[in-house]
Design a protein around this ligand. Structure first.
Ligand SMILES: Cc1cc2nc3c(=O)[nH]c(=O)nc-3n(C[C@H](O)[C@H](O)[C@H](O)COP(=O)(O)OP(=O)(O)OC[C@H]3O[C@@H](n4cnc5c(N)ncnc54)[C@H](O)[C@@H]3O)c2cc1C
Length: 483
């Protein structure tokens, strides 16, 4: 279906009308609706599923908060806004927007309290293990590369991943609080209403949306602004092929089916620019167990290519980009445990020579790599990739095994990080950097705070979507009312 905007004269009747129309009821949409309503605007939220939730409801629920939250203080991790800024600037990646980094870090304590105000509970506890999806009620984790080289050399490591006090994945619990908050704020919600096109006046102002509800056409007029919060585009193979073909190698999209880029296409069709579209977060969960971090990653030629103790987004991007999608984690028997992603064992042999041969590596390559690794590990050093000494252990007890971490043989999760170009306050920008009047966006349908998978930390996506969703909602509510 075309995403090209309609003219107001093409709309026969408006089925709903409000100051602010929010499209999508995930965390970004909920945050935008709550803040817009709190600012006094009449708000309607249009959600295409039977109920809001989106990818947020599937998520682990970790949010990247810092600057000295109550949990950080209780767990003995002093933090400062300046340290957080320095780290988040690195974690956001090379294309980081300094204004966004600053606003996000300076507003982090207030944002944490905002979630507590919605009723979200956080335990005052720290999980001292390297995990990706903490399944206990523990709150605080090192959820990114804070303790890993080269990040640890530049900023004092502090844990900032905050998971709500729920066992298992906590995204559903977090989202329930946001849905209840939307209702309490007085926004009306229309479910099973899929928005397909924007309505744009002759002067370029976005004044509404059209779509379908109960198989019938549906139109909503926005007096101040429309906020798009429809999620990313990892489920649309054509969009991936066009914008991020390297991500097609990843076999496990980490999102709901609604991540089909509809909001991005609507925004582009109304004149918005889409940027950072080639970037995604790639995840091959070879740990936990954290004993796997004592293993050694090698590519198809038996060469190391990354520090194994880095965050999954970094190591997984390295598998794709540096190892051409062909990587094996070499382990001693005693280090081996079941991963969350159920990795297959590609080969088990009594020597590195035989293991390399079984994996089709050039003769002698793996023994040379392992001899050098073991020699330095025995001294507690890794001159090649600076792996943390706590994970350095020579591999000397046969048999030796290799976990299959190839793109063909293991689960490679992915979601997209590119989307509409927006200001920190959510105004959608055209290719000249001029706002498209009346159009706002937040969450994964925008190129927001996190720009790169290889530097990403868990919690930055929900953090970005909720924090900048709130700002977008407020700015939309303040927009000039039309008609
Ligand atoms: C298993 C898993 C674990 C994760 N863990 C974490 C984590 O711990 N921390 C973290 O930061 N990130 C995590 N993520 C990523 C994070 O969940 C998402 O990036 C984030 O939820 C995106 O929020 P959003 O509001 O932009 O989109 P969503 O939450 O997906 O909301 C978008 C909403 O828009 C609706 N919609 C879409 N198109 C339309 C349309 N045309 N008309 C009307 N409605 C529409 C959808 O139905 C949906 O309800 C995880 C993701 C998954 C899947």
């Amino acid at each position: 279906m075309s995403a090209r905007p309609l003219r107001p004269s093409d709309v026969e009747a408006w089925d709903a009308e409000a100051d602010v129309v929010v499209v999508g009821h995930g965390i970004a949409g909920g945050a935008a609706a709550i803040e817009a309503a709190g600012a006094g605007a009449e708000v309607v939220v249009l959600e295409r599923m039977t109920r809001g939730g989106g990818s947020t409801a599937l998520s682990t629920g970790i949010i990247y908060f810092g600057g000295g939250t109550a949990v950080q203080r209780a767990c003995g991790f002093p933090d400062s806004v300046e340290d957080m800024k320095a780290y988040v600037a690195m974690a956001a990646g090379a294309g980081a927007d300094p204004e966004r980094v600053e606003l996000y870090c300076e507003g982090s304590l207030e944002h944490f309290e905002w979630f507590r105000g919605l009723g979200v509970e956080y335990e005052e506890s720290f999980l001292d293990d390297k995990v990706t999806h903490p399944l206990t009620t523990h709150c605080l984790t090192f959820s990114g590369n804070e303790e890993c080289w080269p990040f640890s050399e530049q900023v004092r490591p502090v844990p900032r991943g905050h998971k709500p006090q729920r066992e298992g994945e906590a995204g559903g619990y977090l989202m329930e609080a946001v849905l209840a908050g939307t209702e309490r704020a007085g926004a009306s919600v229309v479910n099973e209403c899929r928005v397909d096109r924007l309505v744009q006046a002759e002067d370029g102002r976005v004044v509404g949306v059209v779509g379908r509800r109960d198989r019938a056409p549906f139109a909503a007029r926005a007096r101040c602004g429309v906020v798009l919060t429809t999620g990313g585009f990892v489920m649309d193979r054509e969009m991936l092929a066009r914008h991020a073909p390297q991500l097609l190698a990843c076999n496990y999209p980490v999102a709901t089916d609604t991540d089909d880029g509809s909001g991005i296409r609507m925004g582009m069709a109304a004149g918005g620019e889409a940027v950072n579209m080639g970037e995604g977060l790639v995840l091959n969960a070879y740990y936990p167990p954290s004993s796997h971090l004592r293993g050694v990653f090698v590519d198809g030629r038996g060469q190391r290519f990354v520090n194994e103790d880095a965050y999954l987004g970094r190591t997984s991007a390295a598998i794709l980009e540096r190892a051409d999608g062909r990587a094996f984690l070499v382990l001693e028997d005693a280090m081996h445990g079941r991963t969350q992603a159920f990795h297959k064992v590609a080969a088990v042999e009594e020597s590195f020579e035989a293991l390399g041969e079984a994996l089709g590596m050039p003769p002698g390559a793996l023994p040379v790599t392992m001899e050098r690794y073991n020699r330095w590990a025995a001294r507690g050093q890794d001159p090649l990739f600076q792996k943390h000494p706590k994970y350095l252990q020579p591999l000397v007890e046969p048999p030796f095994g290799a976990l299959d971490c190839t793109t063909d043989g293991s689960i490679f999760g992915v979601f997209t990080l590119g989307g509409l170009s927006v200001t920190a306050h959510g105004e959608v920008l055209d290719p000249d950097g001029t706002p498209v009047p009346g159009l706002f966006a937040a969450g994964r349908c925008t190129a927001g705070l996190p720009r790169e998978g290889r530097t990403y930390a868990s919690g930055l996506s929900l953090g970005d979507a909720s924090f900048f969703g709130r700002l977008a909602g407020r700015r939309a509510a303040a927009g000039p009312a039309t008609g």
